[in-house]
Write a protein that binds this ligand. Structure first.
Ligand code: NDP
Length: 419
């Protein structure tokens, strides 16, 4: 028996909600609440035909703590799943604390308005002290640790694939395969083709901010920052083939470096096709990726938001995307005094996902771990109060759930290493 409130009804939430409602013995009652209630109603109506989960819907502005508190107090959920945008993480965490309810999300906090002078002051200090300049970092949400602990509540951060499953793979490697881990390379490959010259697979604004930022990696206890897309490697991915991949800054590097200080180097690579990169560079050069509002014909517009309105909705890519994703981690380290390498990854087929949940594999590989993270919290498998990232928690039940509910792991003990 559980009552769950899901906030957001976009690409990822659609998958997570469908997977929750397919497991109605755990997810007995569920409310879908988002900015556009009509989207929640359409999904709820469809799912009511096949699922035993009792589904309700509501409209909520998750930027407003007052609205959230009112909704949470009236629905009284056991867990709030934040699958809106990273901009809403802190307001939803505040509301959860006020209403005494557990929290989870799929991406760490970043501000919508990066020109806000108060935020900018803290951001610039952090850039100098830490040595990386991404707009997002964990400090904002880690600052809630004591409050969640004192309240006996859990906040589970980043229960998607990367972040999320990649950190469970790290915990799994540490628990079962290594005495000490020396290096971790996280490889995120999307071998899918949607037929458009340019489209993003998840929220365009969040996606383009992430990939147009400088890259960085962790080495010997500190960050090394590089210009965007300036480190390129080729890798031959199982079931996908040879792809170009680029080193990016990614949020889980920060938490893994903190929680596994023995690791000497942590890098994150993502594959991109030439067409995507050419379009992105051009859009950046003409200012279309800017988050700073400009006046256009007497009206204020934010260039990247305007661009979002022009690009295909990621949720619409499902029927047209063919091919597979392959996401995982390659480790080097030592076991019983001997050098060892290990690769753990998942391969996911875009069309299979579409057949199952009417979505492409990027939303699927995020929505399934969101459901599985909620499952861990609701069944008490993960129950330590506080604010947690996934490498801190027991990986076994989570990976078992991923195997069972659509994202089975593959393993190799002799992987080709990334130079
Ligand atoms: P979408 O843009 O498709 O969906 C976002 C949803 O949130 C929409 O339903 C939107 O409403 C709703 N929303 C936005 N602002 C508000 C608000 N103020 N109040 C209430 N609802 C709001 O995004 P995705 O589904 O692609 O991504 C969801 C999350 O998943 C993001 O945080 C993203 O960063 C994360 N993600 C994580 C990954 C991982 O592996 N960890 C990978 C991919 C994504 P409306 O319909 O009105 O626009």
């Amino acid at each position: 028996m559980s009552r769950v409130l899901v906030i957001g009804c976009g690409g990822v939430a659609n998958v997570a909600i469908r997977k929750c409602c397919a497991l109605s013995e755990v997810f007995t009652e569920l409310m879908i609440a988002s900015r556009t209630k009509e989207k929640c109603d359409v999904l709820a109506e469809e799912l009511r035909k096949t699922s035993k989960t009792k589904i309700e819907t509501a409209k909520v502005d998750a930027d407003s703590k007052d609205e959230l508190v009112k909704l949470i107090n009236s629905y009284k959920p056991d867990l709030v799943m934040n699958i809106a945008l990273p901009y809403q993480d802190l307001t939803i965490m505040d509301a959860c604390l006020e209403c005494h309810v557990n929290y989870m999300d799929t991406a760490n906090y970043e501000p919508e308005d990066t020109d806000d002078p108060e935020w900018r002051k803290i951001y610039e200090k952090r850039c100098k002290e830490e040595g990386f300049s991404a707009y997002f970092d964990y400090s904002w949400q880690w600052a809630y640790k004591k409050r969640f602990e004192d309240a006996g509540l859990i906040a589970l951060l980043g229960s998607g694939f990367d972040p999320g499953v990649t950190q469970a793979y790290v915990a799994y490697a540490k628990k079962h395969e290594f005495d000490t881990i020396d290096t971790i390379d996280i490889l995120d490959c999307n071998g899918g083709d949607h037929g458009y010259k340019f489209a993003t697979n998840f929220n365009p604004e969040v996606n383009l901010r992430e990939v147009s930022a400088p890259g960085s990696y962790w080495e010997d206890g500190h960050w090394i920052e590089i210009p965007a897309m300036s480190i390129k490697r080729e890798y031959d991915f199982d079931q996908v083939g040879m792809k170009d991949m680029y080193l990016l800054h990614h949020e889980e590097i920060e938490s893994i470096a903190k929680n596994l200080p023995e690791v000497k180097r942590i890098r994150f690579f993502m594959t991109f096709g030439q067409s995507y990169l050419d379009h992105m560079r051009c859009l950046e050069d003409v200012g279309m990726l800017s988050t700073t509002p400009i006046m256009f014909e007497g009206k204020e517009i934010v260039p990247i938001k305007f661009l979002k309105a022009l690009l295909p909705d990621p949720a619409s890519l499902g029927p047209r995307t063919h091919g597979k994703t392959n996401i995982g981690c390659i480790f080097t380290g030592k076991k019983d005094g001997k050098d060892k390498t290990y690769y753990i990854y998942n391969v996911c087929d875009h069309q299979e996902c579409y057949k199952e949940v009417k979505s492409q594999a990027i939303s699927y590989t995020t929505g399934v771990p969101a459901m599985c993270g909620a499952l861990m919290l609701l069944t008490g498998k993960w129950n330590a109060p506080g604010v947690h990232t996934i490498e801190e928690l027991d990986p076994d039940p989570f990976i078992e759930a991923l195997d069972k509910y659509g994202l089975p792991k593959s393993e190799s003990y002799d992987p080709v290493l990334v130079k």
